[in-house]
Ligand binder design. Structure first.
Ligand code: HEC
Length: 242
C-alpha cells in the first residue's frame, strides 16, 4: 500500500515538474521546527484557505499538541465557530457547489507539500497574475499552474501582478511578473506570510516529524550514556591486564 502511495506521489510530482519546469522556482526559506512560524501559518490556513480546502489528515487536537497551542487559544484563534477539537480541518464548502463555481473541487491539501515540495508551493502562492482573457473566469492565471481554477486569495495583501513578456524562439512567453498595485503588506511581509503558510503545509503533510525529532534527541541521549558506561567498563577491564 505504502509503495503504491509513494509511486502515485512520485508520478504526481514528476508530472507537475514537467509542466511547471519552464519557470524557475523561488526558494522558500521554511523552517518546520520554528513553532512560531508554523503556528502563524496554521492561522493563515484557517482564515484564507479553509473556505475551500480541507486538511483531512490533521485534527485540531493534534495540531494543538504538536504546535504547543493552549486549548483556549486553539478554540479562539484557530478553530472556526462550531468546530470540535477532535475533528479534522475540514472545509464547510460542499464539493458540488465547488464544482459549480470553479469547475473542479478544491483538492484536500493534507499531502500537497509532499506532492509538490515547499518551493513549488511558495512559488505558486506568489505566482498569480492578472489575466483578463475571456477564458479566465477568475480574472487571474498562475505562472506555475497554468489556467488554475483557484482565485488569487491574496490579491489585496500582495497587490496585483502583471506578466512581462519576452520573445523566445519566435513566440511570446512570460518572462517574469511585475507588481502593478501596492498590496496591504510590503514584499517582505508578504514573503514571510507565505513562508509561514508553506511551513504549516509542510508540517501538516507529516505531523510525525515533530514526534520523531523528540524521539531522535532521546535516542542520542541514551546512546551517549551508553557510550560513557562502556568506556568506563573498558577502563575497568583493562586495568588488571596492563
Ligand atoms: C475560493 C476557493 C479557494 C480558496 C479560498 C483557496 N483555494 Fe486553493 N484551490 C482552489 C481550487 C478550485 C483549486 C483547484 C485548481 C485546479 O485544479 O485548477 C485549488 C488548488 C490549489 C492548489 C493546487 C493543488 C494541487 O495539488 O494541484 C494548492 C496548492 C492550493 N489550492 C493552495 C491553497 C492555499 C494555500 C490556499 C489559502 C491561501 C487556498 N488554496 C485557497 C480553490 C481555492
Amino acid at each position: 500500500m505504502k509503495t503504491i502511495i509513494a509511486l502515485v506521489i512520485f508520478a504526481f510530482s514528476f508530472g507537475a515538474q514537467a509542466v511547471e519546469g519552464s519557470h524557475p522556482l523561488q526558494k522558500a526559506d521554511v523552517d518546520v521546527f520554528d513553532l512560531e512560524s508554523v503556528r502563524r501559518g496554521a492561522g493563515y490556513f484557517v482564515d484564507y484557505c479553509m473556505g475551500c480546502h480541507s486538511i483531512k489528515h490533521l485534527r485540531y487536537s493534534r495540531l494543538g499538541r504538536d504546535l504547543e497551542i493552549k486549548d483556549e487559544v486553539l478554540r479562539k484563534d484557530i478553530m472556526p465557530e462550531g468546530a470540535k477539537v477532535h475533528e479534522s480541518l475540514l472545509t464547510a464548502m460542499n464539493p458540488e457547489d465547488a464544482i459549480k463555481w470553479f469547475g473542479v473541487a478544491p483538492p484536500d491539501l493534507s499531502l500537497v507539500a509532499r506532492a509538490h515540495g515547499a518551493d513549488w508551493l511558495y512559488s505558486y502562492l506568489k505566482g498569480f497574475y492578472v489575466d483578463q482573457s475571456p477564458t479566465r473566469p477568475t480574472g487571474v492565471n498562475n505562472l506555475y499552474f497554468k489556467d488554475v481554477a483557484m482565485p488569487n486569495v491574496f490579491w489585496d495583501l500582495q497587490g496585483l501582478q502583471k506578466p512581462v513578456l519576452a520573445t523566445h524562439g519566435g513566440s511570446q512567453v512570460i518572462d517574469h511578473l511585475e507588481k502593478v498595485t501596492q498590496g496591504k503588506m510590503t514584499d517582505k511581509e508578504f514573503d514571510q506570510t507565505m513562508v509561514d503558510l508553506v511551513a504549516f503545509l509542510v508540517y501538516a503533510a507529516e505531523p510525525a516529524q515533530f514526534a520523531r525529532l523528540t524521539l531522535g534527541k532521546y535516542v542520542i541521549f541514551v546512546l551517549l550514556v551508553l557510550a560513557i558506561i562502556l568506556f568506563k567498563l573498558k577502563k575497568e577491564y583493562w586495568k588488571d591486564i596492563k
